[in-house]
Design a protein around this ligand. Sequence first.
Ligand SMILES: NC(=O)c1ccc[n+]([C@@H]2O[C@H](COP(=O)([O-])OP(=O)(O)OC[C@H]3O[C@@H](n4cnc5c(N)ncnc54)[C@H](O)[C@@H]3O)[C@@H](O)[C@H]2O)c1
Length: 336
Amino acid sequence: MTLKIAFTGAGHISRVHARAAQAMTNLDLIAIVNHRSESMAEYAAQFGITRQYTAVEDLLAAGDVDILVVSTPNYLHAPQTIAALEAGLHVLVEKPMALDAAEAEAMQRAAERSGAKLMVAHCWRFDEEVNWLKRQIDAGKLGKILRTRGYGVHVNWGPGGWFVDKRYAGGGALADMGIHAIDAARYLLGDPQPASVYAKIGTDYTNYDVDDSGTIWINWDNGAISIVESGWWWPHADGPEASTQLYGTRAFGQLFPTGLEIPNREAETVATVDPGYPPAREEHCPQAMYDRQLAHFIECIREDRAPNPGAAEGLVNMRIVDAALESSRSAEVVRL
Ligand SMILES: NC(=O)c1ccc[n+]([C@@H]2O[C@H](COP(=O)([O-])OP(=O)(O)OC[C@H]3O[C@@H](n4cnc5c(N)ncnc54)[C@H](O)[C@@H]3O)[C@@H](O)[C@H]2O)c1
């Protein structure tokens, strides 16, 4: 059966999702919603979309659509997602899922009430190298993972516009970039629950009313800890977006560059495992990652399965972001 897919937001990531949809069979790109008609018309022409609306409510009133992909500024994620779910549409919503955990909970409840599927676009779960490393972890090659370090930092660059305005973005580099590092660590660790969070978050490189610097310490309920750095305009970062280093009892593993170091204490040697990915990727966020993400969502809809990452994963990440901001304000550990 052909499914009809609509998009809200006609910016950068929405076009990536539309390209992913175009590459799939049995998927009709049917409508675009955007508050600016000029970019909407250009988007519609690029992807051969006939129906255009300036508000999600108008799309829902017109009906005849199965799926909505929400790629608008963060403050619109919850209202647009909830309205679509209530109309029975399946929704893929961009990260951060919402402005805060309270909104994310309301989205989760709306999905439960409607029976429609809600997926959160934590895209790194669909990266080839991330999944190579995950298979090594799941096969026990690293032993028990004790500690991870991860990065969500733009070096000598930062976004502008709505991304740096608290009203529209909710938060800054932590919600924008740090959340990729948090989700990558959690996915690799097998989705443990956060037990407590300690953080120092600040605005050190700009005069925005949102954060551009953060160091976050997460204690997971399986005993592992994750240290995450988030930033915009930093002069240096120890790895690109979502790069993660994992210290296990048997071995060390890392992403970007991806590989393992397996020590042999008796022989006093270290064996390296190199899966052969290029040390610097041509495109750090490749289209193929987003293609796999959308393909997973469509498969879950067709086979009536729960998508992963679903609302629960998006919500855990929002709880960690909220706890990190609270910890930084209070200078205390926040228990979850
Ligand atoms: N997963 C990723 O790799 C990734 C990458 C980039 C952005 N994102 C996320 O995607 C979202 C969008 O980011 P972007 O970079 O595409 O931003 P963008 O600024 O390029 O695009 C935002 C779009 O939303 C539209 N918009 C604004 N108000 C609207 C309204 N009321 N109704 C409909 N459309 C409206 C704008 O006109 C614009 O087309 C953000 O939440 C961001 O965090 C994720």
